[in-house]
Design a protein around this ligand. Structure first.
Ligand code: SF4
Ligand code: SF4
Length: 168
């Protein structure tokens, strides 16, 4: 009897408390900027693709769900001819973003990626590449890492050492 009264008391005690549930999707939950959700490929401030098709993200992915093929433009700048992510296998671990030297691939705070058919979860480059810079505005890998000039040597710079000349 005592436990029944205690249970009824608990019901009334909680009945007027603030509710933690939200009326999704009318009310969107707050997602922190570093939340690991939808994967995108970003561009630099000049609108060029940041991805240099180095394959590091594909190598770092623990479930092998990234595939791409590299090509290059008339100036020798590399970019992916195609880029594919199988989101049905992706575990949203963020290793690809950690491995990327150019901030091209990013996990963004968006979780609304549900599909009824698994084949619709294979994202091609046109599904991934956005028009903007994403989470890292102002970053340009080519500015940070240097640009190859001519044969790779800057004016006045010594040519690279041939390691074979150092052999005993
Ligand atoms: S978030 Fe993890 S599992 Fe998903 S593509 Fe990137 S490395 Fe692979
Ligand atoms: S997204 Fe980043 S890590 Fe992946 S191939 Fe492009 S530049 Fe390399």
């Amino acid at each position: 009897m005592l436990s029944i009264l205690r249970s009824i008391g608990l019901v009334f005690q909680h009945a007027w408390r603030r509710r933690e549930t939200v009326r999704y999707p009318d009310v969107q939950p707050y997602l922190a900027p570093r939340w690991k959700g939808r994967i995108i490929l970003s561009r630099d401030a000049d609108g060029r693709e940041r991805c240099v098709a180095c394959y590091l993200c594909a190598a770092a992915c623990p479930v092998d769900c990234i595939a791409l093929a590299a090509t290059q433009d008339e100036h020798g700048r590399r970019f992916p001819a195609w880029f594919r992510i199988n989101k049905a296998r992706c575990i949203l671990c963020g290793y690809c973003e950690e491995a990327c030297p150019t901030y091209a691939i990013q996990l963004t705070p968006d979780f609304e990626m549900g599909e009824y058919a698994r084949e619709n979860m294979v994202y091609e480059k046109e599904d991934l590449l956005i028009a903007g810079e994403g989470k890292y505005p102002g970053y340009d890998f080519y500015q940070a890492a240097g640009v190859r000039i001519g044969n790779g040597e800057k004016p006045g710079q010594e040519p690279p050492t041939d390691p074979r000349t150092l052999l005993p």
